[in-house]
Design a protein around this ligand. Structure first.
Ligand code: NAD
Length: 460
């Protein structure tokens, strides 16, 4: 039964009371929740795939690759590292603090709110839930209403597996989220677009609640002079077409040196034939666009360039062919907004330096990709571009490394998670110092003298 807005204050009070009486503190409880979450995913793989097929026509392999396998790996990693992460972390105590010991002691925050987006509707609510539970918090989860079948399934499954005294699922859209955001949480973790990100941050400011904003942006993909075009085309095409381009870290557009452009376009065309055949709109390996609004929004971008590959669409099944656009103006709509669909503008540049300047003139992206054979180019790219994540010679794959923090910078978001970064995100890193009672070195106490001052300068 869904939880109504009128019940939110009571629900949060119950969670807070349970947190305060220490329900979530023991490592045993935390491990049991992680185990239960894994069991939930394994026992319901088929139902999850069905819900994602209903919402996005997500192919089973993409369900595994883009949602489940990432969660399994995060759960495994958290379970293995839990003891190490929760342990006090010793730090050096300088002479002025001697004799004494200092350490950082992670403690859970309390009751956190997790707001998910629709494009990876399982992964985006559960990936933050894993570190939230590992760090010993209670959580309220609000999946995106736009992926409605998956939202309903999460609301049904989670109470059957996780401790209801600590984890609750709320379903709903703007009205419900607005009401939820009026409540006081100890952290709000939001994934979605920047517009709502601002609303979330404003609401959180009322309670001085810290926020994590996992936003999007235009992630560039740069093809360096002399890059392995066949490999670049294959990986880039896969990354753009996965979930029909509705991936926050999908390569948004390509910057390629002029003389390589035609070869790249032709290699992408070959890859599309290999991956999806000639009738790509009918391929069962290709997801649909989430809804009519996004379908129309994406078709609106087709005017912004010359359609070099694809361009067809099917309104009934809400599918748009993987489409490559050339001759795109850098100031057109498609280059101003995040595309979030299977359209790929290819823009020509003269050099890697020009490509880097192009990226730097725009908002900081969530991810940046470079295909190159040159170590010099690689270093220049990594050092010159401020972005959430970088991947050299591939796209998206950094997501498979739990020890790499994930999150944006500037307009692509604030705060990182995954692995230890996630655990720390949902913890307060409490600073503790313990002084020895003896000996008492009196140099800091009045009456102040020249000798004490000299000693102070020497130790401090
Ligand atoms: P969405 O429409 O599902 O919205 C996200 C959440 O915000 C939902 O839970 C929704 O209910 C809530 N919401 C919507 N309107 C609201 C309002 N007025 N007040 C309060 N809450 C509201 O998702 P979206 O915004 O379409 O998501 C797409 C964006 O998310 C893209 O920019 C994409 O790049 C980004 N994204 C980022 C990541 C990441 O990990 N950084 C992952 C996925 C998507």
């Amino acid at each position: 039964m869904s939880i109504e807005p009128i019940q939110y204050p009571k629900m949060i009070k119950e969670l807070r009371d349970n947190f305060d009486r220490g329900l979530t503190r023991s490592l045993g409880w935390r491990r049991a929740q992680l185990d239960a979450l894994e069991r939930m995913l394994r026992e319901n793989e088929k139902r999850i795939a069905e819900a994602l097929a209903a919402d996005l026509a997500k192919p089973d392999q993409e369900v595994y690759l883009g949602e489940l396998s990432l969660l399994f790996s995060e759960i495994r990693h958290a379970r293995r590292q839990l003891r190490r992460w929760t342990r006090p972390r010793r730090v050096h105590t300088p002479l002025v603090g001697q004799p004494g010991r200092s350490w950082v002691q992670p403690e859970p925050l309390g009751v956190v709110l997790i707001l998910g987006a629709w494009n990876y509707p399982v992964q985006l609510v559960l990936s933050p839930l894993i570190p939230a539970l590992a760090a010993g918090n209670c959580a309220v989860i609000k999946p995106s209403e736009i992926a409605s079948a998956t939202s309903a399934l999460m609301a049904e499954l989670i109470p059957g597996y996780l401790d209801k005294a600590a984890v609750r699922v709320v379903e709903g859209a703007v009205e419900e989220t607005t009401e939820l955001l009026k409540q006081r949480f100890d952290h709000v973790f939001y994934t979605g677009g920047a517009h709502v990100g601002r609303i979330v941050m404003r609401a959180a400011a009322e309670h001085l609640t810290p926020v994590t904003l996992e936003l999007g942006g235009k992630s560039p993909c740069v093809i360096d002079e002399g890059a392995d075009l066949a490999s670049a085309a294959r990986r880039l095409t896969w990354g753009k077409c996965l979930n029909a381009g509705q991936t926050c870290i999908a390569p948004d557009y390509v910057l390629v040196t002029r003389d390589q452009r035609d070869a790249l376009v032709s290699a992408i065309s070959d890859e599309l034939d290999d991956m999806y055949g000639k009738d790509r709109l009918k391929s069962s390996d290709y997801a649909k666009i989430i809804n009519r609004r996004h379908f129309d929004r994406l078709l609106g971008y087709l005017k912004d360039g010359e359609i070099t590959i694809g361009g067809r669409s099917d309104e009934e099944s809400c599918r748009i062919e993987p489409t490559v656009l050339t001759g795109v103006d850098a100031d057109s709509d498609i280059m101003r907004e995040e595309i979030f669909g299977p359209l790929l503008p290819i823009i020509e540049v003269d050099s890697l330096e020009e490509a880097i300047a192009f990226v730097r003139q725009r908002d900081k992206p969530l991810a940046a990709y470079l295909f190159t054979r040159s170590r010099v180019s690689e270093r220049l790219f990594v050092e010159s571009i401020s972005t959430g994540n970088v991947c050299i010679n591939d796209v998206l794959m950094f997501m498979s490394v739990p020890e790499l923090p994930f999150g944006g910078v500037g307009m692509s978001g604030m705060g990182q998670y995954h692995g230890k970064a996630g655990f720390d995100r949902f913890s307060h890193l409490k600073a503790v110092m313990k002084r020895s009672r003896f000996p008492e070195i009196p140099i800091r106490f009045p009456p102040y003298t020249d000798l004490k001052m000299r000693l102070l300068r020497w130790v401090g």
